[in-house]
Every structure is written in C-alpha cells, then in structure tokens.
Design a protein around this ligand. Structure first.
Ligand code: BTN
Length: 326
C-alpha cells in the first residue's frame, strides 16, 4: 500500500483519531496503527500518538503535489513539460531519468522524489536525501553537438536555480564554479549533469538538482561532509516546496531551450553577477596538482579563470575542484 493516503490525511500536523483515519481509508484501526509505524520507519518522520486525541505529525508536512505544481505554471512552460513523475521513494532521480532516456523519453521529462535511497552527488559522493524535506529533481533534455556543446551547461543551470530561489524569497544567493549554489558560504543546492548518447553528436542529458529546503531536524544531516544551509534558514521562513518546484521549472525549461541555441554565452552576464568567488584568493585542485591564485570569473563558454603568478589560467569542469585559499 502506498504511504500517500494516510500521510496526506495527517500532513496538516493536526490530531486525527485512529477511528477517523480507519474510516477515511476503509481499513481497521490496527491497520492504521501498522501503517503509521511503517511510515515512521520508512520516512524518519516523527508521529505522535496521544490517548484520546489520536495521531499527529510532530511538524506539518507539505507533500509534493503534481496538480499544484502544474497549475502554478504559465502555459508556455507547461508546453515544455512532456512528462512529470513524482515518486515517494526512488534510488536516484538521475538514475531513473537516464533509464527513461534509454527507454525513449525525450526533452522535458521530469522526475522528482520525496526521498532518494541512493542520491548521487558529484565526484562519487552521496547526496543526503531525507523524506519530504527537500527537492530532488531531474530533467531530461536533448542536445546536438555532443559533449562539446554542453560546456557551461551546469553553470547556466545554476543561474536558473538561483533565479527560482530568489523568486521564493531567498536573498543573497551566490554561485560557486562550476555548479554549487551557495548562501553565506554554505551549500544550498547542488547540480549533477549526466549524459547518455553520442559524445560527438546527439546526446541526452540528465540535469539533476538537489535543493536543501528544510533540513533542520533530520538525523541524516550528520552525514553531510561540507558546510550546508537550507532554504528555510536562508529565507528566514518556511517555503513551499511545490512553489519552489514550479519556480524551478519556470526558469529551467526555457533556459535549456535557449542553451540549445546559444550555449552559455547568453547566461554569462547573469552568472558573473552571482559569482561568489570573484576576486578572492583560491586554490584549484586537479588531482595531485594545486594551483593558487585569484579567481577572475569565467569565460563565455564557462571555463574558470584564475590569475596566478604565472599569468591567467583557464580551467574546465570535470575533476577540478575550487576552494577558497586558507
Ligand atoms: C553535488 O554533489 O553538488 C550534486 C548533487 C546533485 C543531487 C541531485 S538530487 C536529484 C538528482 N538525483 C541524484 O541522484 N542526484 C541529483
């Protein structure tokens, strides 16, 4: 049985009696109790049970709602959406989107989940993905021109994520090359692009985006190995995940369409305005090699520029990692 009906019934954070829930779902009170136990175990949500009053979630929960998201989209954006899956649980939305690409789905197919059991981060890291708190999002798109035509795509996607966050009330967003979205020096969202198809011709790209929305209280945050922040903290209030998802689609889908025609060049100025490392002393790590210098922005194809004692150097994505110099 899907968790949704019972979770939806108690999502408001109010008390609901076992009798009411049993009637609503057409099951016995024992079945309700068992379901609630299962939900607690699977989601990590805390459900209180008080004699004479019933059950309630310790905190209200806004579940992802396909109809609400689609209703919030303007018609031109809706027309770019060719498929929209919402999962209660999935291993990785990126993995699933890559599979859809192989099964024949095309541009504009979106997969979102309440929780990932094997969320993927960059450089083989895991992406911590607790239930109901964040956004785990993958979009499938197609590009001609192979891997070379994708240079700068992850930077452009960062601009779309930053715009969506600004739209829902987060001020002070920054971007960190190549594809982190930061606030107050801490990571708010991450982007992971994965590709299938012809590296020299037509390829399908999965644009994976993870946004920390309301992480406080999740035990899983202990597993995050870098400074992080969530939207609730950055905005100073609770933000609707459905609203944020609609904003993300609103900025991302047209951006992907534009990127196909113009590449990174048309987003270059917007990216530069959000460049959180510009002019700062940085270290660039390429495997065992370390380059020290001052961050000098990015090129119109998205390569990182660093002024070093030996002159200006350019770095391309891949296995390069950028840090502030200590
Ligand atoms: C990073 O390490 O900064 C990139 C994180 C990307 C995480 C997102 S969550 C949705 C999508 N599915 C995944 O498995 N990973 C990406």
């Amino acid at each position: 049985m899907s968790l949704s009906p019972i979770l939806r019934a108690i999502a408001d954070g109010e008390f609901h009696s076992g009798e009411e829930l049993a009637r609503l779902l057409g099951v016995s009170r024992t079945a309700v109790w068992k379901q609630l136990q299962k939900i607690q175990a699977q989601t990590g949500l805390s459900i209180e049970s008080v004699k004479g009053r019933g059950y309630r979630l310790a905190e209200p929960l806004e579940l992802l709602d396909r109809e609400a998201v689609v209703a919030a989209l303007a018609e031109p954006i809706r027309s770019l959406l060719t498929g929209f899956e919402i999962h209660e649980e999935i291993d990785s939305t990126n993995r699933a989107a890559l599979q859809r690409a192989q099964d024949g789905s095309g541009r504009g197919h979106i997969i979102v989940a309440e929780r990932q059991t094997a969320g993927r981060g960059r450089r083989g890291r895991q992406w911590v993905s607790p239930f109901g708190r964040n956004i785990y999002f993958s979009a499938l798109w197609e590009f001609d021109g192979g891997a070379a035509a994708l240079e700068g795509l992850s930077l452009a996607v960062g601009v779309a994520v930053a715009s969506a966050l600004k739209d829902v009330g987060v001020a002070g967003i920054g971007l960190k090359w190549p594809n982190d979205v930061v606030w107050d020096g801490r990571k708010l969202a991450g982007i992971l692009l994965e590709m299938v198809g012809d590296a020299a011709g037509r390829c399908q790209v999965v644009i994976g985006i993870g946004i920390n929305v309301a992480m406080a209280g999740s035990e899983q945050t202990a597993a995050i190995d870098q400074p992080w922040v969530d939207v609730a903290t950055a905005a100073g209030r609770r933000v609707s995940r459905n609203q944020l998802l609609a904003a993300l689609l609103t900025y991302l889908l047209p951006l992907l369409q534009r990127f196909e025609r113009e590449g990174f060049a048309s987003t270059h100025a917007e990216w530069s305005a959000l460049d959180s490392f510009f002019g700062r002393d940085v270290s660039v790590h390429l495997g065992e090699t370390l380059v020290l210098g001052q961050a000098a922005g990015v090129t119109s194809t998205g390569a990182l520029l660093v002024d070093t004692p030996q002159g200006r150097q350019q770095f391309h994505g891949g296995e390069v990692s950028l840090r502030l110099a200590l």
